[in-house]
Design a protein around this ligand. Structure first.
Ligand code: ATP
Length: 264
């Protein structure tokens, strides 16, 4: 339990408006968490789990984090592959402990990234640890309703390769949501989110067209914005490389010129 508390809980400060595009997905997830959180008639089955699938870097982790942020829930961020390989033999215990802590600290959002890593067919030891971890996870998902009727514990999982998942996993995640690459409108929104507060003196339409053509993901767009920001900083601090030999104290005294980049 201490391991879970110290390593798998993350503070979530992400809000829905920090996510560009994905309007329908955001709407659906908001509905899901609101319905799950409210007292519902017995005939409405809460989603036991939601599976987010799609290309890498499209905002799956961000969506899970926004769910937690909006509910002020405890956010458990678990990369399945690293738990199953690093904590071989202990990984299924970690999953049980994870759900114990999630019940203790409810409301909780449990995010299992790369869930496909648990079902990939391999004959080595890792595969055995993964198999046990998966079966504990599926048991926890099944027991979700009985053990925690008044507690909200929502499990979200993500994969880039849904075709690697077997039926046992797919059937447990009754809600499956495709997270696509951003279209032009979403691309513009993501660029704006990642350059917030900066003067943008560019043709956003043209840039967005090129990014969509090159199949840029949200992560690619974020990196693009970071590169652009660094180039702007270099431009207004032309002697940046000359500063490389200065002491930390001297660097602090000189400060980077960043005012020229901001809107105010
Ligand atoms: P992976 O499948 O590789 O785990 P992912 O789908 O979980 O990736 P995220 O980790 O959510 O992707 O996104 C990576 C980063 O890219 C985010 O931290 C964010 O900065 C940026 N990003 C991705 N999608 C969006 C989006 N729709 N809006 C704003 N930023 C985005």
């Amino acid at each position: 339990k201490n391991f879970v508390k110290n390593n798998l809980i993350q503070k979530s400060t992400i809000k829905w408006e920090d996510i560009g595009g994905l309007e329908e997905v955001k709407q659906l997830m908001m509905e899901t968490i609101v319905i799950s959180a409210l007292q519902k008639p017995a005939s409405i089955q809460p989603w036991k789990g939601i599976l987010l699938f799609g290309p890498p870097g499209t905002g799956k982790t961000l969506l899970a984090s926004a769910c937690a942020g909006s509910l002020e829930a405890t956010f458990f961020n678990v990369k399945a592959s690293s738990v199953s390989s690093k904590y071989y033999g202990e990984s299924s215990k970690i999953i049980s402990a994870l759900y114990d802590v999630a019940r203790e600290l409810h409301p909780s959002i449990v995010f299992i990234d790369e869930i496909d890593a648990l079902t990939t067919k391999r004959s080595d030891g890792i595969s055995e640890a993964s198999r046990r971890m998966l079966s504990t996870l599926l048991t926890e998902l099944d027991g979700f309703q009985d053990k925690g009727s008044d507690r909200l514990i929502l499990t979200l999982s993500a994969t880039n390769t849904p075709w690697d998942l077997d039926e046992a996993v797919l059937s447990r995640f009754s809600r499956r949501i495709y997270i696509p690459l951003p279209d032009k409108k979403a691309t513009k929104e993501i660029i704006k989110i990642n350059t917030k507060g900066l003067k943008l003196d560019v043709n956003l339409d043209e840039i967005a067209d090129k990014c969509v053509e090159r199949l840029y993901s949200g992560r690619d767009l974020k990196n693009l914005c970071q590169d652009a920001i660094w180039n702007m900083i270099r431009d207004v601090n032309k002697d940046l490389y000359k500063m490389a030999n200065l002491s930390y104290k001297e660097l602090k005294r000189r400060k980077l010129k960043t005012r020229a980049l901001t809107d105010d």
